[in-house]
Design a protein around this ligand. Structure first.
Ligand code: SAH
Length: 224
């Protein structure tokens, strides 16, 4: 028997589509220039990723709580990190911090082959039951500790960390291809600097620094 009380109706209205177009213009004005990234943001109903209580404000350019003390990143931040990754279709990408899977679906729109890890079991289980993600057959979801990466599937063309790292995790550097790039916010609890690391050889890395952001912390170990 189907329990209709537990079912949520996912509807993308004209109003929501309109608000989404405005959101795309807002982040364009803030400096995002990658048209593929902007199109991806424009294609994804962000209100699907939030509790119904937030539906009315889902297209404001800000982070929102998703439970377990975690957040869905601000659309500008999602676009910023996606743009820095300079993604090409079919690249192998590792994301640390699935959260709501919003960023993952943006990467799905960009047609990359995505492996995404979440350490919070409750968030991982919630995403497993989230119907919208089935639109992207190229995303694989893992429950685990992002500090370990996914050695079985390495090496990756690109690595994206969506939580604040106190320093660059060594194992993630090892799991990059030579020529590959990692985008990661590094710093203390309140503020982090967005870094882009390029692997020049097995032992040499180039580092570029971008703007400051504020992410939830990247924590070690799994949480059941
Ligand atoms: N990309 C997400 C943003 C989530 S916030 C989105 O679009 O919604 C950061 C997420 O990283 C949280 O869900 C948090 O639980 C997760 N996280 C923190 N440390 C982690 C780790 N070591 N491994 C995997 N996930 C981690």
């Amino acid at each position: 028997m189907v329990n209709f009380a537990l079912m949520r109706l996912y509807e993308d209205s004209y109003k929501q589509k309109g608000l989404r177009r405005q959101l795309v213009e807002t982040i364009r004005q803030k400096g995002i220039t990658d048209e593929n990234v902007l199109t991806a943001i424009g294609n994804i109903p962000r209100h699907y990723f939030l509790d119904t209580a937030f539906e009315g404000i889902a297209y404001e350019d800000r982070a929102f709580p998703i439970g377990e003390g975690q957040t869905i990143s601000q659309p500008y931040t999602v676009a910023y990190q996606s743009q820095l990754l300079e993604l090409k279709p079919y690249e192998k990408v590792l994301e640390i911090g699935t959260g709501s899977a919003y960023q993952a679906c943006v990467l799905g729109e960009l047609k990359v082959n995505l492996f995404t890890i979440e350490r919070q079991k409750k968030l991982f289980d919630k995403v497993k039951l989230f119907p919208f993600k089935t639109k992207y057959s190229t995303i694989k979801f893992f429950y685990g500790d992002g500090y370990e990466g996914l050695p079985t599937y390495a090496p990756f063309d690109k690595v994206l960390v969506t939580a604040a790292a106190p320093q660059i995790p060594e194992k993630l550097l090892q799991q990059m291809k030579v020529g590959g790039k990692m985008v990661i916010p590094v710093g203390g609890q309140d503020v982090q600097r967005m870094l882009r690391i390029t692997k020049m050889s097995d032992t040499e890395f180039d580092q570029e620094m971008f703007d400051n952001f504020s992410f939830v912390p990247m924590l070690a170990g799994k949480n059941s």
